[in-house]
Design a protein around this ligand. Sequence first.
Ligand SMILES: Cc1cc2nc3c(=O)[nH]c(=O)nc-3n(C[C@H](O)[C@H](O)[C@H](O)COP(=O)(O)O)c2cc1C
Length: 336
Amino acid sequence: MSFLPSERFSVAPMVDVTDSVFRRMARVMTQRAMLYTEMIAAEALVHAKYYLIDFKEEELPCCLQLGSADPKKLAQATAVGVAHGYSAINLNAGCPSDKVQSGNFGAILMKTPELIAKCYQAMAEAADKAAPAGVSIPVSVKTRIGVDELDSEEFTFKLMGTIYEAGCRHLIIHARKAWLNGLSPKENRTIPPLDYERVYKIKAAFPELHVTINGGITTMEQCHEQLTHVDGVMLGRAIIDNPYLLASVDRELFGEDKPQLTREEVLARMVDLGAQLQSEGKALHFLCRHLLGLFNGCAHSRLYRRYLSEHMTKKEVRPDILLKAHQAMVQGMLDV
Ligand SMILES: Cc1cc2nc3c(=O)[nH]c(=O)nc-3n(C[C@H](O)[C@H](O)[C@H](O)COP(=O)(O)O)c2cc1C
């Protein structure tokens, strides 16, 4: 299978965000969504398997994102990832950071679509070999619609067509191009304009290709709308800003018939998760930082946020800091 059902809604790979603690936090709210790891350099994974130690079964379904331009290293890293139980493997061909560019991978790979095709093939072959009998571990590519001057519709078709010809049947397309000179990674997520139509055209031209659209999607309504054109939606920054969006995913997008957790119920479960993390020797702020936006959109949420950010890095902090932050918010409401 080249596209797991959970890919209908996915949380984007985000360095320094979508770590194991983030994914365990997300799992409290959605059991169905696909969760991506941060991008991990294939070389680092093969030589130092630190990242894999920090991966729990409860995070599944989870897709390991790899970065490299070396098909051999990518194949090795894919085999390691499959052996550790990841549900799917993804190649990063869209990240514009200087660090990634100096390693000649990420977005710069778009300049050589044939190399992406080779990387994909090496990874797909490695995934097939490493997968347990009867199990298929899909390999996908995450890319953009173009890079630098290579931004015509013709180029987008050549890029996607070359990857498709290599056998890839799942592309995640960030619907804007990357500017490699002069824009920071952050600017590269806002300045080049979004072009959803270009992505829809790709889907129409390659009906057997599963297309996940990414970039600028922030609400469930937008997810529903996008899913009338493509097979999957991937959200990144909207989940950082408003993680509670995840609580509606299973009902709204997977048709699950279970009641949606309230924010307060989520918070209570986070207290338990915090205690669990502490018993594993992890500092609580690794969880709290992902929960700063839990009450976004609610009255006086800034009081919750302020309390949490002021206290979460203190020594001796305990999981009930989350309840205290919530109390600060409720008190703010009563004081009005
Ligand atoms: C903090 C941060 C880190 C990111 N790290 C990665 C990464 O490791 N790999 C990747 O493919 N994209 C990375 N991205 C890009 C996102 O996956 C996504 O493509 C981008 O944010 C656009 O989606 P959005 O508008 O829903 O945020 C990162 C984005 C952010 C905000």
